[in-house]
Ligand binder design. Sequence first.
Ligand code: ADP
Ligand code: MG
Length: 668
Amino acid sequence: DFAKSKSLSEQRQYLPVFSVRDEFLKVVRENQVVVVVGETGSGKTTQLTQYLHEDGYTKNGIVGCTQPRRVAAMSVAKRVSEEMETELGDLVGYAIRFEDITGDNTVIKYMTEGVLLREITLEYPDLDKYRVIVMDEAHERSVNTDVLFGILKKVVARRRDFKLVVTSATLNAEKFSNFFGNVPIFHIPGRTFPVQIMYSKSPCEDYVEAAVKRAMTIHITSAPGDILIFMTGQEEIEATCFALSERMEQLVNSSTRKKVTNMLILPIYSQLPADLQAKIFQKAEDGSRKCIVATNIAETSLTVDGIYYVIDTGYVKMKVYNPRLGMDVLQVFPISQAAADQRAGRSGRTGPGTCYRLFTESAYRYEMLPQPVPEIQRSNIMNVILLLKSFKVDNLLDFEFMDPPPQENILNSMYQLWVLGALSNTGSLTRMGLKMIKFPIDPGLAKMLITGEEFGCVDEVLTIVSMLSVPSVFFRPRDRAEESAAAHEKFFVPHSDHLTLLDIYRQWEANEYRDDWWCSKHFLQVKCLRKASKVRSQLLDILKKLEIPLTSCGPKLHVVRKAICSSFFHNAARLKGGIGEYLNCRNGMPCHLHPTSAIYGKGYTPDYVVYHELILTNKEYMQCATSVEPQWLAEYGPMFYSIKDSDTSLLEHKKRHRDEKSAMEEEM
Ligand code: ADP
Ligand code: MG
């Protein structure tokens, strides 16, 4: 144990930030706000909070450190608690949505920006319990970062004893410093090695395949050193890992005489369970080569030592407001030049590295933006508007944004809040809006919970909302697709994916709750169900505080479908004909039932459905759909639908459907 702690403290002293520890503390003592710039891996996230603690800032208050990503908050808190030799949740803790691992002793608290934002707007407007806030990775510029900037600037002006440290990995430092009134910029000296950049000769058609090939070539022909591959999301990462392990198997089988070096293939993305995430930090045994396949999370948030090769697809998945669909969608976009450079730099931390870009040099020079567009300028800001309204910022144009969201974006989001009944005609918070803010979930889901009271089915809706707030419970292994589909089908409730989720949760509860075996038998993710149960109890606490009783509709489940319709009528679609083909009611755009839906191809084709959200892959798929009656749509969403409209279109559709059917029969 002693040896271990000694090596940890040695590791701390080896970090670049250690050489400027005292200067850093001096600058903080002399200034209220400081911007800190340093290479990724220099020790900003893990060390600055500890230095502030050692310098006495936690004698009266705590040091909070915000992270744009949940994974980073958890993993860093764990690391720092080890460095300080305390249990996680004791001196060092973290808080992310639905999970608070802090205690009375906690003096260093890592948290997501969203958690701090909610604390400020709902509980402590002046952040009384914090002596220092470190806003880490501010260059990521999430919507929450930008709102925090505006709010913290006010807190700084009001509280003389409050300190703010803003860290940034890139060129944004100047801009941040100006925003806070030309505050000092503190540089941590870098320690990086040169990186050789290799471009693709021509644009690549299939970057998963290209990345797999490149990784195998490196593994077979290049010197030792770990590989880091950037992909855009979980599915691609899984496909890449799968292909890599296949190629490795082939390689082992085909080389009978030579011993093949093992390759340790490690995925990392935000929904990956924490124990698997932690694996990327472990050293590969017996000379194996690690190959980490990551989302953008490895660009700046997590630093892994020993990477000598980076393979960059040049893409990232981002949430973007899509005016055609009238909502935010996750879409894959080319990265910016700044991001490409940052990714390349990850290979030069331990020694001279190589970055293979799976895009051409001219794409880099002429097609990529120099910097990414801040999220607040490209996505829906409903949550932010709700929080700011509750924070008494009535006119959003008065709020000091570093880069204000486009007027159109504000208006769109306000319109959607009005549609949900959260804002009045004059744009002020309604009683519904005030209640919605209390729930740390999307406004539509919050509304569903609250209206459950009106329909007498809070219990059912609570379970559905909890299930929709965690990653999908359905486990669909590639190699057992049919088997798992058949297992899932047993839970299907006719007409509704939402009710199917309810059914699964209830059966899990009835079947001894924590029984892993039951879950694996039915191809369900036990972790997600457990998470849903945690979320459920936290949402239940909030319901209690709002004095909303836990009513149940018993077997009359159509009532639940009504409650869903009353809060998701804006996501309605009308049957077009064909299996699972629908048209979006608001804009006439095609959308489709997913083949895994409980409604898809089961013989009943509802004329109208509402869906939880759209996913854009090769087509627009409705994720989680429930059949509804057109008169419900007219009743709950009169701004979109009138009874007359829906009836005529319904009739038309039935007639067309009949015509198509008889035409088909004639042909046969
Ligand atoms: P920065 O914030 O400047 O990018 P960090 O403080 O995150 O730097 O990381 C400093 C060093 O701490 C990294 O180089 C890495 O070796 C180590 N480290 C950080 N997090 C972990 C972790 N969860 N497990 C093991 N080592 C870690
Ligand atoms: Mg960091």
